[in-house]
Design a protein around this ligand. Structure first.
Ligand code: IPE
Ligand code: IPE
Ligand code: MG
Length: 229
């Protein structure tokens, strides 16, 4: 039986190690990683995925050296400038998971612009997790429900989900992590409850269409039980 993947989430890890192996700077690794992002977005759209969620910058990543953080945001600005038209042409809607308030002003502005320009996209949602923390997302949802004065009896899963960044989106069916690390790193803590996991030693800049198909193929052999038999 083949099961369909509606929502793929990826932890794009290993840019630094990819660069180190080649004797290049970490920045060169991130640049190669951004090229991999473009390819994977296109490949997922071609394969009819409805939701693609990419972990681009965690809240914990602020602890990296300032020049690396700046380089990552410059790359993001470049990505938005270069790819926005392609997103619109391919009916892909950009959506941000994470608190934009703490992002540098030009990044915030470019994101607002890109999200609004691509908002008519119906074929695929591209969620970019930026300044994202899964635990913080849950805390924010709690705060927001309390502030609204929600009736405790009425706080069910559906209402709680509506206060998360992912809103009414379906949970990820598959979570891929590259670079051999086998952890969640505060990604989609609530939404990952019944996700399948695929860990590959391939470093993110080397994760291409063939690797994507390998992950999808592996997923086909999973037996999802959701607690049943
Ligand atoms: C992933 O690659 C990109 C981000 C976290 C932004 P890393 O930069 O974590 O690469 P490694 O883990 O050091 O190899
Ligand atoms: C997770 O990768 C965050 C992103 C891919 C953006 P990290 O490289 O930051 O995760 P840890 O520190 O190894 O857990
Ligand atoms: Mg890493």
């Amino acid at each position: 039986m083949s099961h369909k993947i509606r929502h793929l989430a990826i932890i794009m890890d290993g840019n630094g190690r990819w660069a180190e192996k080649k004797g290049l700077s970490r920045s060169a690794g991130h640049k190669a990683g951004a090229d991999a992002v473009k390819n994977i977005v296109t490949a997922c759209r071609k394969r009819g995925l409805e939701y693609l969620t990419l972990y681009a910058f965690s809240r914990e990543n602020w602890s990296r050296p300032k020049h690396e953080v700046n380089f990552l945001f410059d790359l993001l600005l470049k990505f938005l400038r270069q790819e926005l038209n392609a997103l619109i042409e391919n009916s892909i809607r950009l959506n941000i998971l994470g608190d934009p308030q703490e992002l540098p002003f030009p990044v915030r502005q470019a994101l607002r612009h890109a999200c609004s320009k691509s908002s008519a996209g119906r074929e695929m949602v591209l969620n970019m997790a930026l300044n994202y923390s899964g635990r913080d997302e849950i805390l924010r949802a709690c705060r927001s429900l309390l502030q609204q004065g929600a009736d405790p009896e009425k706080v069910d899963e559906q209402l709680f989900r509506s206060a998360l960044y992912t809103g009414a989106q379906p949970d990820p069916d598959l979570i891929v992590r590259t670079s051999g690390e086998q952890r969640l790193s505060n990604y989609l803590v609530f939404q990952a409850a019944y996700a399948e996991f695929y860990f590959t030693p391939v470093l993110w800049p080397d994760f291409d269409e063939a690797e994507l198909d390998r992950a999808f193929e592996d997923f086909q052999h999973r037996q999802r039980r959701f607690g049943g038999l």
